[in-house]
Write a protein of this length. Structure first.
Length: 194
């Protein structure tokens, strides 16, 4: 406590909290501290508050799904609106992550929370696919998606550095835009068609 008193004293121009000073020239210590605390609170984004986190809400087909109709549309849903252009950090691979990209187009819902992938041709029968939601994807407030809050219950798995730097990976999905601050490259959701 003496260190705090000394700090406060320096902030308000006193050598001690008990020393009298002309208060018309300097504000009381509690006013200065309140302003400092209020200012620092205003600079935070509350990104750890679950209500403010952007989560991956739903993926269809979910990871581990089998007997998926080859005419299906892939859908990825978020809890908040995403920044325009973030579809560039999503992909569908044939086989596994090292497999070729499936040709098609991504389309956002009007509210920016759901992105659907329509392949140019139906998915192949009896084939494995991976939906890759890249770690660099951000919401309209420039926050990264929090993959740690429940995305694994949809059958997803984190994509780590070792997986992305496999010599078989030739898709250019290891750049800074694909990487999450936690070091992962997002999540993968594997499914199989009938």
């Amino acid at each position: 406590m003496p260190a705090l008193a000394s700090f406060i004293g320096k902030v308000v121009g006193k050598t001690s909290l008990t020393q009298e000073k002309d208060m018309t020239k300097r504000p009381p210590a509690f006013v200065v501290l309140s302003a400092l605390l209020l200012g620092s609170a205003a600079c935070t984004d509350n990104s750890t508050d679950p209500a403010s986190l952007t989560l991956l809400s739903a993926v269809a087909p979910q990871g581990g799904a089998t007997n998926v109709d080859p005419n299906t549309t892939v859908s990825v849903e978020f809890s908040h609106a995403m920044s325009p252009g973030m579809e560039q950090y999503m992909a569908v691979h044939r086989g596994d992550l090292a497999g070729p990209l499936v040709s098609g187009s991504w389309m956002w819902s009007p509210d920016g929370t759901t992105c659907e992938f329509q392949p140019d041709a139906p998915f192949e029968h009896q084939m494995h696919y991976v939906i890759h939601v890249g770690g660099g994807i951000r919401d309209v407030h420039d926050h990264h998606v929090d993959f740690g809050h429940g995305a694994t219950h949809m059958g997803g798995h984190m994509i780590d550095d070792d997986m992305m730097h496999d010599p078989m990976m030739q898709h250019g999905m290891t750049g800074p835009g694909w990487m999450h601050p936690d070091g992962s490259y997002g999540m993968g959701f594997e499914f199989q068609t009938f």
